[in-house]
Write a new protein. Structure first.
Lengths: 402, 226
């Protein structure tokens, strides 16, 4: 279903009972108010993906919602990419000229867009300095989607000067926040159950998609979906699989991307392939970033989904898997710990051995796997669907605009 | 002649907007110190809002402090001691805070070193802003009240039975107030006011009120009502 054709009514069948009516009544409290989102891209990445759904639905709820995207040259985006990495702890070099160019681009965008609304939500660091041009009316909040827990000092000190001028900041996890003398709110990200990656699939569709990927479904599938990145610990997943394989005849699928446009990703992919060796039951799939239906099919075909990260952002692949009724074994890091209810929807683990033990335990208890899968789906239904995200943004609008 | 009708009971649901307070604890002493320093809204959030957030989850302790100590610090003893604190047994949030602080203080007095998080997450103090949401449901009679209560969103139970008692100055809760004052059902109101959510959660409160209302409606049908 194309995003433009969706309305809030389409979510009745997937949201918790009464949730859509509740949203309609909550929206009544903010009807007619203007809510502007500003970010740096219309396509690609989790923020654009969720805004493309949230914005039309908020409009459908009677909120005058708009979404503007800033423009910049390659130098600007190279700087903001460096910001992104530095704010998440990777050492980067910034010259005065680069920082000045960042400010110039923000000023030019503010001049072009003249952002205004009862609530203006600025997403991530790229447009953060537009706050310099805020009009006197309306409230402005900075929505930080990244992990700010261990930033490089200089870029954060630079950005912080602008963040302090907002009325509020919004973070995805308490652990991602920094000390700020402005109110900071907590809003978890979400998945869209009607998007290609999460929509219902028929058995024949799943079988056909697996066939195209050359993934046999003759034995239980352990699946990890993630970029080929060391923090996702794909080698650890292979080692855990080998510990499991002595007791259960399973197949491991490591599906991800990021190897084509990221030199380190290509290196990690090569290491993963080497670690997999000639084992015919380890399948390594390097998928393009738009392989949403393939990911959907793999998650639905899996017996257990693994997300054995050693460092993670929010890790919405966990919610995606739970939405498909799968128990999840995940690393005890980042947003994985708030998504997995230990012993209820899966297990968080701290080692390869822990992952292997929990996978074995689950494979030996099919009834528990089913029960956890059902509990996980309900947990996601209540806490990690776009309908809950809408509720939080509407609450923010009501709260900040009185 | 103008016969004044009792005001209807208007059901509201609610949502919580969570605010991070920037206070965190990595060991049990820090937990105690930050708990003393935190606004009462945080005491409320970590002891009462749990019912709104986790009402479908079984097995967890009924407050965030106990869950953190047990799951992240791995100190089961303090977890159990904090879990047994009934947040509804205190006259004020200050008194509840004093009790929690006293338990932690007594527990760590003899422990060297003080238990701390090694692999787990710190405790992050949060407070919430509750936003009222009209449900569109109104009751003028006991029968209507029963029908509305059975179908209303669980957040409405939280709003009228918990939030109103602790943060809106209605010690008996909105349900009991209306039944007693507007419907003249004082004994039913008292029974509802005595329901303690500590062991059951929101659906248990709903169920218990429905049972009491059913009994009252049964008496009324037999001609024993007010």
């Amino acid at each position: 279903m194309a995003p433009s054709t969706l309305t809030i009514e389409d979510y009745r069948e997937v949201a918790p009972k009464g949730a859509v009516d509740f949203l309609l009544r909550l929206a009544e409290r903010a009807r007619g108010r203007r809510f502007l989102h500003v970010n740096s891209t219309r396509v690609g990445g989790g923020v654009a993906e969720i805004l493309s759904r949230l914005v039309p639905i908020m409009g459908d709820l009677g909120i005058k919602t708009a979404w503007e995207v800033i423009e910049g040259d390659p130098e600007f985006f190279a700087t903001t990419k460096a910001f992104h990495n530095a704010l998440q702890g990777t050492e980067q070099v910034f010259t005065e000229a680069l920082l000045e160019h960042y400010l110039e681009v923000n000023r030019a965008n503010a001049e072009r867009l003249r952002p205004a609304g009862d609530l203006v939500l600025i997403h991530d660091p790229q447009p953060a300095a537009m706050i310099e041009s805020r009009p006197p009316e309306g409230r402005w909040a900075w929505r930080c989607h990244i992990d700010l827990s261990t930033p490089q000092r200089r870029p954060w000190a630079f950005l912080r000067r602008y963040v302090l001028r907002y009325d509020a900041a919004v973070f995805s996890l308490p652990a991602f926040a920094q000390w700020l003398p402005i109110p900071q709110f907590l809003v978890y990200p979400s998945i869209d159950p009607l998007a290609e990656k999460n929509r219902r699939m028929t058995k024949s569709e799943i079988a056909k998609t697996l066939g195209a990927l050359q993934v046999p479904d003759d034995k239980p599938i352990l699946l990890q979906v993630s970029r080929f990145d060391r923090f996702k610990d794909p080698i650890g997943v292979i080692n855990a699989y080998r510990m499991v394989k002595r007791y259960h005849d399973v197949r491991l699928v490591l599906a991800g991307g990021g190897a084509t446009d990221d030199p380190e990703g290509a290196q990690v992919l090569a290491e993963v392939r080497e670690a997999a060796g000639r084992d015919p039951d380890i399948l390594v799939l390097d998928l393009p970033s738009n392989a949403h239906l393939q990911i959907n099919a793999l998650q639905r075909a899996a017996a257990i989904v693994v997300q054995k990260s050693t460092r993670e952002g929010f890790g919405l692949t966990v919610a995606e898997a739970m939405w498909k009724g799968k128990p999840v074994v995940g690393g005890a890091t980042g947003g994985i710990t708030v998504q997995i209810l230990y012993g209820v929807t899966g297990y968080t683990v701290n080692s390869v051995e822990g992952a292997a033990y929990r996978i074995r335990y689950l494979l030996s208890n099919p009834a528990l796997m089913r029960k956890m899968g059902e509990a996980g789906r309900e947990h996601v239904r209540r806490n990690f669907l776009i309908t809950r995200h809408l509720r939080d943004y509407l609450s923010l609008l009501v709260h900040l605009t009185g | 002649m103008d016969m004044a009708q009792p005001a209807p009971f208007v059901f509201f649901g609610c949502v919580e907007l969570r605010e991070l307070l920037g206070l965190r604890a990595r060991d049990e002493r820090e937990l105690m110190e930050q708990l003393e320093r935190a606004p009462l809204g945080a005491v409320y959030y970590h002891t009462h809002s749990v019912f709104l957030r986790h009402y479908q989850v079984t097995g967890a302790y009924p407050n965030d402090f106990a869950n953190w100590v047990a799951a992240q610090v791995r100190d089961q003893v303090l977890g159990e001691r904090l879990a047994v604190v009934d947040p509804f047994a205190f006259g004020s949030l200050e008194a509840l805070r004093d009790e929690l602080v006293s338990i932690i203080d007594h527990h760590i007095a003899t422990l060297h070193p003080v238990p701390r998080v090694v692999f787990g997450d710190p405790f992050f103090f949060v407070q919430s802003h509750v936003i009222e949401v009209p449900t569109g449901l109104e009751a003028r009679t006991l029968g209507e009240f029963r029908r509305c209560l059975a179908e209303v969103d669980a957040s409405s139970i939280y709003f009228h039975a918990l939030e109103s008692k602790v943060r809106r100055g209605h010690p008996r809760g909105d349900f009991a107030d209306w039944l007693g004052e507007a419907r003249g059902r004082e004994s039913l109101a008292e029974e509802i006011a005595r329901i303690n959510p500590y062991l059951g959660g929101l659906e248990e409160i709903r169920l218990r009120i429905l049972r009491l209302v059913d009994a009252a409606l049964g008496e009324e049908a037999q001609g024993g009502g007010p």
